[in-house]
Design a protein around this ligand. Structure first.
Ligand SMILES: [Mg+2]
Length: 303
């Protein structure tokens, strides 16, 4: 239901306008002076304000000027309802962006018809805004879902590869130290699932993801590449520095304490610097290093 705030120091006007608009199905709140409008407008949150000009404490023009100056109230439509009928006053009121300026005395039927027209317009505008807002939220949700891994909240397989291609495109060919990537895989993850159950397995994936995210810089990009396999993109990072970062991550994961005391989690990883390859080639090279790390005894990084 649309809400109208009526501000007028005349009891007769308040009662009459309020009665007429209520009978048209609108919610009406009345106040007796301008200061009351300013003090209560945010809590009332009206769809329209009908404003007298001559009122005690603060006149209607001052009220309009203050409403327009505040980001939370600047878009509330205003209709002036006043005995001040000089052209100068009317222009002043319209100058505040008022959608109408109605002079007293007025015919109640005409007032109601005018207000109804304005409110219909306000209502459809409000509905359009709400629909747009809803669509925006839905789109955002879908977009996020499309690029996110449901369990860890990291980027998913497709998106991390897309990001890698973007980073490579950014690097031009053979630009030194422009990008390194770090691929790692949790050691003996199948055994963790088998011995402790899949819930613990999931907990390991989630916690390791969060811990690694904390160790990375804002610019680094972390994605879940596959089941227990992850890919980290390190922009503007030399091979040497990427290896230091990867080693730090390996060490952190290997020293985590778990609620199941016997549980040990470790990772093996490969680190490669971009050297003109495309995304798939670069991943392949890094994958070979990752398997070398596995062969060389696990819980280690090969660069
Ligand atoms: Mg008055």
């Amino acid at each position: 239901m649309l809400k109208i705030l009526v501000a007028d120091d005349s009891d007769t006007i308040r009662t009459m306008v309020s009665f007429k608009l209520k009978s048209c199905g609108y919610e009406v709140v009345t106040v007796e002076d301008g200061l009351e409008v300013i003090n209560n407008v945010e809590s009332i949150n009206p769809d329209l304000i009908m404003l007298d000009v001559s009122m005690p404490n603060m006149n209607g023009f001052e009220v309009a000027s203050r409403l327009r100056a505040s980001p939370t109230t600047q878009n509330i439509p205003i209709i002036f309802l006043t005995a001040m009928a000089d052209t100068e006053d009317v222009l002043k009121g319209l100058g505040f962006g008022a959608i109408d300026y109605i002079t007293k005395p007025f015919k109640p039927e005409i007032l109601v018809a005018k207000v109804c027209n304005h409110l219909n317009m306000i209502k459809s505008r409000k509905e359009i805004t709400q629909t747009n807002e809803q669509l925006k939220q839905e789109n955002k949700g879908l977009e996020e879902k499309a690029v996110t891994d449901g369990l860890t909240g990291l980027y998913n397989h497709n998106f991390i590869i897309e990001r890698l291609s973007q980073e490579i495109a950014r690097c031009n060919r053979y630009k030194a130290n422009c990008l390194s990537i770090f691929m790692f895989d949790l050691d003996h993850f199948k055994a963790i699932n088998d011995n402790y159950g899949h819930l613990v397995g999931d907990e390991v994936l989630v916690r390791v993801s969060a811990e690694i995210k904390r160790l990375l810089r804002e610019v680094d990009i972390l994605g879940r590449y596959g089941g227990e396999e992850f890919l980290v993109l390190l922009p503007d990072t030399s091979l040497e520095n990427a290896c230091v970062a990867a080693e730090k991550i390996r060490e952190r994961v290997a020293t985590l304490n778990w609620s199941a005391e016997t549980l040990k989690v470790a990772l093996s990883g490969g680190v490669c610097a971009f050297n003109g390859e495309d995304a798939i080639e670069l991943i392949k090279k890094t994958d070979i290093l990752l398997y070398l790390a596995k062969r060389n005894g696990r819980n280690r990084i090969e660069c």
